[in-house]
Design a protein around this ligand. Sequence first.
Ligand SMILES: C[S@@+](CC[C@H](N)C(=O)[O-])C[C@H]1O[C@@H](n2cnc3c(N)ncnc32)[C@H](O)[C@@H]1O
Length: 268
Amino acid sequence: MAADATQEELQAGRGYEALFVPALFAPWCDHVTGGAGIADGAHVLDVACGTGVLTRAARERTKNSGRVVGLDPAPGMIAAAREVEPNIEWILGNAEDLPLEDGSFDCVISQFGMMFFQDIQKAAQEMYRVTKPGGRLAVAIWYTIDQNPAYRDIVAVLEEHVSPEAANSVRLPFSLGDPDEVVTILSRAGFDGVAFETKSVQATFPSTRTMVEVELRGWLPLFDIHLSEEKIAEVLVQSDVRLSKYATPTGNAVFPTTAYVMTAHKPE
Ligand SMILES: C[S@@+](CC[C@H](N)C(=O)[O-])C[C@H]1O[C@@H](n2cnc3c(N)ncnc32)[C@H](O)[C@@H]1O
């Protein structure tokens, strides 16, 4: 797999870490690390680690002992992850073909990545393969976009003022909203005790404009959709009315997000 990130990819990774992670992804880490039951000294793999917010949380749970690995196929994500925390093992790779030994992890974790995998069944088999007998899996996945209405509103803005491709890129993370589908996939891969819990977490952005700006500057570039500064300014003005319902009196944008955390274990 190609190694170094281009400057543009690194910028996109940094943008993701600065804009998305604190507002949207960091609040989920406790649910996932808790679901995996990560203990001191555990060997943990974070699949689709992005810039590594969950990987870092896992490392804290191991009390900085054991082995913690973050894997992602996007060079810009891995480069940004390494900038934030150079002392974690960051690996470029795909979930469908993990470059890792059989039975080498006590816990395999992943948040908000599975919906992007090209072959989810193959990825589940790979996650099973690298888990130790008796080891645990915990994966967070968004429910549908109708169960995450703030994103339905952002999609409507993009549909109207950017392009169908831009709108679809924001729909994609909500495409695995049926937990029963994932129960079947994980059971077929060999996992036992497959179960899920529904969780709701509040996302907090500095403003409603930032909610949209992170999509325009931090998400669309990951799909090679790059907008001019003029276009970004126009879309932000257009989004004001539709997103005003999420504005708090202090100017923040706050809205609920809903996902399920799927847990399972590999038989002894
Ligand atoms: C929404 S981000 C989530 C990142 C991180 N888990 C977090 O909580 O911030 C989705 C990630 O899935 C990764 N991804 C996409 N396809 C993948 C694949 N086939 N295997 C592993 N990761 C993949 C992307 O590169 C991206 O970093």
